[in-house]
Design a protein around this ligand. Structure first.
Ligand SMILES: C[C@@H](O)C(=O)SC[C@H](NC(=O)CC[C@H](N)C(=O)O)C(=O)NCC(=O)O
Ligand code: NI
Length: 137
């Protein structure tokens, strides 16, 4: 136990999005998150929308940042990996997501070099979201 441990809490991960309403719709309607708050910053010409499964006081959430007037979709680069969500029945969840039109570039199954069952879906900007089968961990 270090002196610093206990002083920090994971609050959120921020991703820049090209179309805020499109992203809010994806994270709430397909992934079941709640829109927790939406804050406009006219001085900085951006809006932050926080989405998650519980309040920020107790849950780590996702901050969707929209820079006003953005004309080009974002290049995600090669460093970003994924956001990860735990699910109870990864096969049923992926089948339902596929019916709702979600992109699933990596269908569910045991991970390479491991045993946990995972899948990767993509959000509207192309950010990868890993689904982890909690019952396979
Ligand atoms: C356990 C789970 O949360 C993971 O994210 S492991 C998934 C696994 N990750 C890697 O292979 C990381 C190394 C790789 N060279 C990279 O840089 O991404 C993964 O992505 N497996 C792919 C699969 O299809 O199983
Ligand atoms: Ni992961």
């Amino acid at each position: 136990m270090t002196a610093a441990s206990g002083q920090f809490r994971m609050m959120h991960t921020m991703i820049r999005v090209f179309d805020l309403d499109r992203s809010i719709k994806f994270y709430t309607e397909l992934l079941g998150m709640k829109l927790l708050r939406k804050d406009d910053y006219p001085g900085g010409k951006f809006t932050n929308a926080f989405v998650g499964y519980g309040p920020e006081e107790t849950d780590t959430v996702v901050e969707l940042t929209y820079n006003w007037g953005r004309e080009e979709p974002y290049e995600l680069g090669t460093g970003f990996g994924h956001l990860a969500l735990g699910v109870n029945d990864i096969y049923a969840v992926c089948a339902a997501l596929e019916k709702q039109g979600a992109k699933i570039p990596r269908p569910p199954g045991p991970m390479l070099h491991g045993t946990t069952h995972i899948a990767f879906i993509e959000d509207p900007d192309g950010y990868k979201i890993e689904l982890i089968g909690l019952d396979t961990m």
